[in-house]
Design a protein. Structure first.
Length: 134
């Protein structure tokens, strides 16, 4: 579910390389591919969880890791936009169409029988169980 209360289909997940104008590259893993969202969104809290430091001052954002400058961004329209190189560096490059495991990850790794019950109650989208899932 998105911030406006609507649902958007996740068609896959993969890895994205963000190349900052500084030349530094940040690899984001398990990025969800949602075609109906027209902008690429990066979670600041997930960056922090991966050891990045985000410093906000005035309308600027500085990204660093282990005291090494990675890149920066600026505030525009209520969000911070990162200074990145060409847009092709931001595309999902390994998409896996596996709704079952995507839901499993989004629901904090609950067991698959609980996920099936949620789908049957129409609380999550229906999915196909993958061989080897429990």
């Amino acid at each position: 579910m998105m911030g406006n209360g609507t649902h958007a289909a996740v068609l896959g997940a993969g890895t994205v390389n963000l190349k900052f104008t500084s030349g530094k590259i940040v690899q984001l893993k398990n990025v969800q591919h949602v075609p109906s969202i027209k902008k690429n969104l990066v979670s600041g809290s997930l960056l922090c969880r991966d050891g990045f430091k985000l410093a906000f001052e005035s309308n600027k954002c500085v990204v660093s890791k282990y005291r090494t400058f990675i890149g920066k961004g600026y505030e525009s329209g209520g969000v911070f936009r990162l200074f990145l190189m060409n847009s092709y560096d931001k595309l999902v490059n390994h998409v896996r169409y596996d709704d079952c495991n995507i839901w499993h990850s989004q629901l904090c790794h609950i067991n698959f029988s609980c996920m099936t019950r949620l789908a049957n109650l129409s609380l999550i989208l229906k999915f196909d169980l993958v061989k080897g899932s429990k």
